[in-house]
Design a binder for this molecule. Structure first.
Ligand code: ADP
Ligand code: MG
Ligand code: MG
Length: 903
């Protein structure tokens, strides 16, 4: 591709358009789009990502590039009526990086290219302003020195501070031409000393060096790491934009600003942005002087303001979305320097999407693509009351959403101790490590002063669904003295703090928590049509209704009892995809399970099972009633038996103490023997799932009987139970055949005894690689498959989730081995390819095989799209994630026709 002879490496802004992001980068494509809309964009041209690729492959610019740049520069000079760096009337340009996706680590923009010792005088002449010319020159040397020549930027900052201090002024605009001249001299010295060369005086050399620097910045460590984590291909390359300069620093009738076409927080149309008079480029966001709200521009420069409002409307109507923009006013003339579809809050995303439908700008299918499940999930967390008075302590990275309130503790031991005595605690650490795991489990929320989105704290908290703010650097955490200091405020152990994992904010004291209105709506406690329904709820309602209309995937819930099932139903569940039966063996029933495990004779065992049967049956009756008319997949007992026995250490101590007292407890002794006997090195791979059913006679048949009798009872009560019996951890069809035969016998017995024509489906989980690999055979004995992607991920990767997430996932994420944990989002290439082939093999054997997934992945947005694509019939997830799965299933179905760039 890059060898193509006729390839064109440079595009004038008049030649591109917004669809050419691959070639021109986001910034270049949108500059071209605005140019062609007739908006006032300073003329310029874009060097393509293809040129960058050649440079990175060969270490040199493509041979034709220099000539092409020269030709475009000539044309630009002609258009502008001046020459780059010309002594008496210089053309100046900015050199701006711009990849397809905006990316941290890319080279910063260099403004004012073309200024030199000679042309600075020309600029002064041209503008009639000497101070302005020298200010522009010092900015060039500063930016060029830092970004192109790699000089430490602080050296320039320090020199600037000194100059201001020497003059006893606080803002840069108070420095006059003479001061700036001196500063330029000093800046040049810094460059010479640090970079070992003079600041280049040849304007074309300045430009060419800046262009190559942009190319090279594609491969900085920071950029590479970001790409690995975000799954951005490493070979896209960046474009370079050369844009003629316009000046916002030409006095009070000039300035620079940023704006949104509507409020990125609420979605409302209006005037949102900041403006700074007499300033250039980043000044407006750098906080060097106080900006004014954009609305004030109306009184500063009415003509430019009106024009800007008009342009913003044009952009919205054209992009059919919220846009953010950068603009500059040069002596009363407005210039557009950038636009793109703007970032927004989760709530605004839903509101804007429906507002745009109402305005007739987009249709419902497009509205569905404008929101996503992650945003919906964010809206479903309880949140801090916005009306509450709060005392903000600081901000960090919003690592895992939620609103947590508790007493500050600075070590895991205290976290565990206090939470055992009923206190709610927030675990505050500089950073966490595997030793903090117990404390993290015990805490309501986790707060760290170090580390980013992939730090240990962030990864583990997300895995646990626990609120976490990390990397709040203003916090000085002193674990030895059990306190932290934030901007002078001291928080001692036991002081209450509130942590907002959705915004990264940390507050002193207790901030009241309010339920999410979106959850109130899903719960049926608020109706979208009601008078008090807010705009957000109405927007969510409309988009969900559309998603439900178009989706193909059904959505079921993982729920173990009637209460969860009812909630799941309110949230839109179309059945239960996974009912775990292990909880039916806990609590008071533990004793019966102990009896079962300790049984020496068939009689003892049968007695224990007989005692369990009515209880199990009652559980199922309730569940089938709650889910009347909808399928309920019941998984037979899965976990290893020792999970039902007392802890080995506790029991050993008890037995030892009793021995010392010469007070033998026969039962404890036998229990201890059983615990030893059942102890496993690797329980995850041990005696569990179908293996239990095959080794412990009567266990699975008792469960099947409970299910069948419960179903019969519901039918007698004129109900409509739709039970499906699911066998876990099958690795080979032979296991399934044996269990199936026994189950069918039991069902036949119940049928005969009750005279009721029971229909119970029998199927299996696919959660071992061998099951997936032999899915064609297994389908002979299974009416349905449910992919257990948690265990499948563990066994395909050879990861024990509990161990690896806490110990080395952070390192893996930091090294970019994966961008997201395979337990969060399905690993499409590995685990996913097994799912895909098992689907095909299963359906080949049994065309009407029902296919679903019941791992956590069933509620993960990206994974839902994958399951849609491989043709599953349903996904099943925890009740709370059902709306997310419904939304994403709709998006996946609609994406086929619209298809939009989601990044
Ligand atoms: P970023 O990718 O960080 O937004 P930009 O290339 O947009 O970087 O430029 C940084 C700053 O310089 C922005 O404020 C932008 O508006 C300003 N800028 C860029 N090019 C010009 C120009 N030709 N004239 C005036 N200001 C410019
Ligand atoms: Mg910009
Ligand atoms: Mg499993």
């Amino acid at each position: 591709m890059s060898e193509n002879k006729d390839q064109k490496f440079v595009y004038d802004f008049t030649e591109g358009n917004k669809e050419l992001k691959d070639l021109l980068g986001g910034k270049g494509a949108n500059l071209a789009e605005m140019t062609n809309l007739g908006l006032p964009v300073p003329p310029g041209f874009t060097i393509t990502t293809e040129a960058c690729k050649v440079y990175l492959e060969s270490g040199d610019e493509p041979a034709e590039l220099r000539d092409e740049v020269s030709a475009h520069l000539d044309a630009l000079e002609q258009k502008m009526g001046k020459k780059l760096g010309q002594a008496d009337n210089p053309l100046l340009v900015s050199v701006r990086s711009g990849a397809k996706f905006s990316m941290p680590g890319m080279m910063d923009t260099v403004l004012n290219i073309g200024l030199s010792d000679e042309s600075v005088a020309g600029l002064a002449q041209q503008a009639g302003d000497e101070r302005f010319a020298w200010d522009s020159y010092r900015r060039l040397i500063q930016m060029f020195g830092k970004t192109v020549l790699g000089v430490d930027g602080e050296l320039f900052e320090d020199a600037l501070e000194e100059a201001k201090a020497a003059k006893k002024v606080t803002v840069d605009t108070d420095l006059d031409a003479a001061d700036l001249k001196k500063l330029v001299k000093q800046f040049k010295k810094i460059v010479k000393a640090e970079a070992g060369r003079d600041f280049p005086q040849d304007p074309r050399e300045q430009m060419d060096l800046a262009i190559c620097s942009v190319f090279e910045s594609w491969n900085t460590d920071r950029a590479k790491l970001y790409r690995r984590q975000e799954r951005i291909p490493g070979d896209l390359g960046t474009a370079v934009n050369i844009c003629s300069m316009v000046f916002g620093n030409l006095g009070p009738d000039s300035g620079t600003g940023v704006a949104f076409t509507r409020d990125p927080a609420s979605g409302h149309q209006g005037v949102y942005g900041d403006y700074l008079q007499n300033a250039q480029g980043e000044d407006v966001v750098a906080g060097i002087r106080n900006t004014v709200p954009l609305a004030d521009l109306e009184s500063i420069d009415k003509k430019s303001y009106d024009q800007l409002m008009q342009i913003m409307e044009t952009l919205e109507n054209h992009y059919k979305d919220l846009c953010d923009i950068e603009f500059t006013i040069e002596r009363g003339q407005l210039w557009m320097l950038q636009t793109r579809v703007g970032k927004r809050t989760a709530g605004a995303a839903f509101r804007i999407a429906t507002q745009l439908v109402d305005q007739g700008l987009i249709d419902e299918a497009e509205a569905l693509q404008r929101v996503n499940g992650a945003q919906l999930a964010q809206l479903m967390f309880p949140r801090f009351d916005e009306k509450a008075k709060t005392e903000l302590l600081g901000r960090g990275i919003a690592a895992s959403p939620g609103a947590a309130v508790g007493k500050a503790v600075f070590d895991s031991y205290t976290a565990v101790k206090w939470s055992r005595s009923g206190e709610k605690v927030i675990l505050i650490r500089r950073e966490t490590n595997p030793d903090d795991l117990d404390g993290m489990i015990a805490a309501e929320g986790i707060l760290t002063s170090r580390g980013g989105k992939t730090s240990h704290a962030a990864v583990v908290a997300r895995g646990m669904g626990k609120t976490c703010v990390c990397g709040a650097e203003e916090l000085e955490v002193d674990t030895k003295r059990r306190r932290m200091t934030v901007n002078g405020t001291v928080i001692e152990e036991g002081d209450v703090v509130s942590v907002d994992g959705s915004t990264g904010r940390v507050y002193k004291g207790e901030v009241p928590v309010v339920p999410s209105p979106v959850v109130e709506y899903f719960e049926g406690r608020m109706h979208a049509g009601a008078d008090d329904a807010d705009e957000l709820v109405q927007a969510v309602h409309r988009i969900m209704a559309y998603a439900d209309r178009v989706r193909r995937l059904r959505v079921r819930a993982n729920a173990d009892n009637a209460e969860d099932a009812l909630r799941a139903r309110r949230f839109g569940a179309q059945g239960i995809g996974l009912c775990r039966t292990e909880h039916m063996f806990l609590g008071e029933r533990r004793e019966m399970v102990e009896k079962l495990i300790l049984a020496d004779t068939d009689d003892e065992r049968e007695e224990a099972l007989r005692a369990l049967l009515p209880q199990q049956k009652q559980d199922f009756v309730e569940l089938f009633e709650a889910m009347d008319g909808l399928p309920v997949t019941v998984r037979l007992l899965d976990p290893p038996l020792h999970e039902f026995l007392p802890d080995i250490t506790e029991l050993s101590v008890r037995v030892a103490l009793a021995e010392a007292r010469k007070d033998h407890n026969e039962n404890d002794l036998r229990l201890l023997q059983a615990v030893h006997r059942l102890h496993e090195q690797n329980p995850m791979l041990g005696l569990r799932g179908v293996r239990l059913g095959l080794v412990i006679p009567g266990l699975f048949t008792m469960q099947v009987r409970a299910i069948a009798e419960a179903a019969a009872q519901r039918i007698e009560a004129k109900g409509d139970p739709r039970a499906e019996i699911m066998i876990p951890l099958v690795g080979t069809v032979q296991e399934l055949e044996i269990v199936r035969e026994e189950a069918e016998q039991v069902i036949a017995e119940v049928r005969q005894r009750t005279g009721i024509d029971l229909k119970l489906a029998l199927g299996t989980m696919i959660e071992l690689p061998r099951a997936a690999l032999t899915a064609g055979q297994i389908a002979e004995a299974a009416e349905f498959f449910s992919f257990g992607t948690n265990d499948l991920t563990q066994t395909v990767w050879g990861f024990s989730r509990d161990d690896v997430e806490a110990s080395f996932f952070t390192a893996y994420l930091e090294k970019g081995i994966f961008g997201v944990s395979p337990f969060e989002t399905i690993d499409k290439d590995g685990v996913g390819s097994l799912v895909r082939s098992a689907v095909e093999a299963g359906r080949a054997t049994r065309p009407d095989l029902k296919l679903g997934v019941c791992g956590e992945h069933g509620g993960d947005p990206e994974s839902v799209h994958f399951f849609h694509e491989v043709g599953l019939d349903y996904v099943s997830c925890s009740p709370f994630r059902i709306p997310v799965a419904r939304l994403e299933a709709g998006r996946a179905a609609a994406a086929r026709t619209t298809g939009s760039d989601s990044r």
